[in-house]
Design a binder for this molecule. Structure first.
Ligand code: 5GP
Length: 178
């Protein structure tokens, strides 16, 4: 499986190191606020698991599933809630935990939806961001790494359901697509 990567962009250790820096910032910013971490399934599972364990503050976790790419590699812009939160957001300090922001279309929809539920605060943490591809201005408070505008897999990110369990993040070799 790891042999299907043409290039590793971020190794497991680079991801771990960056996550602990972000966790220290979030620890300081959310001290005594008991934030609710909202993970976006399925991609954010790895980030959520590692970020939450790198935090020292009290926090809660909840999950949403929304439609995004399906089986392809292009953002459709079509967003649908497949699974909603179980937690009431009123008065809560909410931190959305994302795997990757590409066009920002998914996140723009999600943020409007969550903002309407009266949280005390609403911020975004993403492990990866493709800055070149941002069609919509999304205010992201915590960013792991900025990426070139290429389709990547690993660390929760899939291609047709595969490669989420790769510990490194990289670019697929051309033979995988053919
Ligand atoms: P956006 O709406 O920002 O274009 O897309 C966001 C979602 O598309 C992400 O949460 C992720 O599921 C998927 N996505 C965007 N870029 C990539 C990528 O390079 N690789 C993979 N595997 N998924 C991506």
């Amino acid at each position: 499986m790891a042999g299907d990567l043409a290039e590793v962009l971020f190794s497991k250790s680079a991801i771990e190191a960056r996550l602990s820096e972000l966790a220290a910032e979030i620890d300081a910013d959310y001290r005594d606020l008991n934030p609710l971490l909202v993970g976006v399934l399925n991609g954010a599972v790895m980030v959520m698991a590692d970020l939450s364990r790198a935090l020292h503050i009290d926090c809660a976790m909840d999950w949403m599933a929304i439609s995004s790419y399906g089986m392809g590699t292009q953002s459709s812009g079509v967003v649908r809630i497949l699974k909603d939160l179980s937690t009431d957001l009123a008065g809560r300090h909410v931190l959305v935990v994302e795997d990757i922001i590409d066009t920002g279309l998914t996140l723009t929809y999600l943020m409007q939806n969550l903002a309407s539920r009266s949280p005390a605060s609403l911020e975004i943490m993403t492990m990866f961001r493709k800055s070149d591809a941002m069609k919509i201005e999304v205010d992201v408070k915590y960013v792991g790494f900025d990426l070139p505008n290429q389709f990547v897999v690993g660390y929760g990110l899939d291609f047709a359901g595969r490669y989420r369990n790769l510990t490194d993040v990289g670019i697929l070799a051309p033979h995988v697509y053919s």
